[in-house]
Design a binder for this molecule. Structure first.
Ligand SMILES: Nc1ncnc2c1ncn2[C@@H]1O[C@H](COP(=O)(O)OP(=O)(O)OP(=O)(O)O)[C@@H](O)[C@H]1O
Length: 247
């Protein structure tokens, strides 16, 4: 279970808080979606939960481990699928995955088997020994995903795991994530693909300006919002149609 208590982040030199007093509980086995316009604070929140960004105030626990006191245990428990590719372009898929797997403490036959199985499920076996710089966006996204799940994390943070990929890659990625979830991985996921989130998530929160505006099951949010037929219409009704450009 992930318990977030009044978590806030104000970056150095920034005028405003990127995440403000955010309180949320995500239960074991959930796929929880963080939805919101550009700049809403989704990546900042995920980055704090995965110990990449230090909170300004507030606290959180993951499976009762406190982020301040149990950093090492937490690191083993979680996986992070970052928005940017965390891959070495001049290394092959296999070399990249060996490197990331060994960082998580996997080695020998176990590491080999995990890499082989994941490459197979995600349709990449025949590209294992090709350099990642030659891969399409969808293939890079799939390798990026495998790099974060080789150690079989109990909790997985996914920052736009299907951005910029074709429909085929997207299906393979989402099916694989659903399978991982069935096997016991709890997930927090951000996306701008609201159709995908509607199908994929057990619950979602719509975040705007660092705070949760609404949260609930996608079907409940749709039925509660007057005239909304899908999550995108709920989203637009709640966050408005104005552009959210920032620099
Ligand atoms: N390293 C940083 N330093 C200063 N400000 C930052 C930093 N990272 C993010 N911000 C600011 O924090 C706010 C929230 O950004 P964040 O990336 O968390 O939003 P997001 O919801 O993930 O957006 P997107 O959908 O565009 O990925 C924005 O105003 C952004 O400019």
């Amino acid at each position: 279970m992930i318990e977030i208590n009044q978590l806030s982040k104000k970056y150095k030199g920034a005028e405003d808080f990127s995440v403000l007093d955010l309180t949320l509980t995500v239960n074991d086995g959930e796929i929880f979606g963080l939805l919101g316009p550009n700049g809403a604070g989704k990546t900042t929140l995920i980055s704090m939960l995965s110990s990449l960004v230090k909170p300004t105030s507030g606290s959180f626990t993951i499976n009762e481990l406190n982020y301040k006191e149990n950093k090492l245990e937490l690191k083993k428990l979680i996986g992070i699928v970052p928005q940017e590719y965390a891959l070495y372009p001049s290394l092959t898929a296999y070399e990249n995955l060996s490197y990331f797997g060994s960082m998580y403490g996997l080695k020998g036959a176990t590491l080999k088997k995990e890499i082989k199985d994941h490459l197979e499920t995600l349709g990449l076996s025949k590209f294992a020994n090709k350099r990642v710089e030659t891969f399409s966006g969808g293939m890079k996204r799939r390798v990026n995903l495998i790099a974060s799940i080789l150690h079989n994390p109990k909790v997985l943070f996914l920052d736009e795991p299907t951005v910029g990929v074709d429909v085929q890659s997207k299906n393979v990625i989402i099916d694989h994530l659903k399978q991982l979830n069935k096997n016991g991985t709890t997930m927090i996921y951000t996306s701008h693909h609201l159709n995908e989130a509607e199908d994929f998530c057990t619950r979602v929160a719509i975040i705007d300006q660092g705070s949760i505006v609404v949260k609930g099951k996608p079907t409940d949010l749709i039925s509660q919002q007057q005239d909304a037929r899908n999550l995108e219409e709920v989203f637009l009704a709640i966050t408005g149609k104005a552009l959210r450009d920032y620099a």
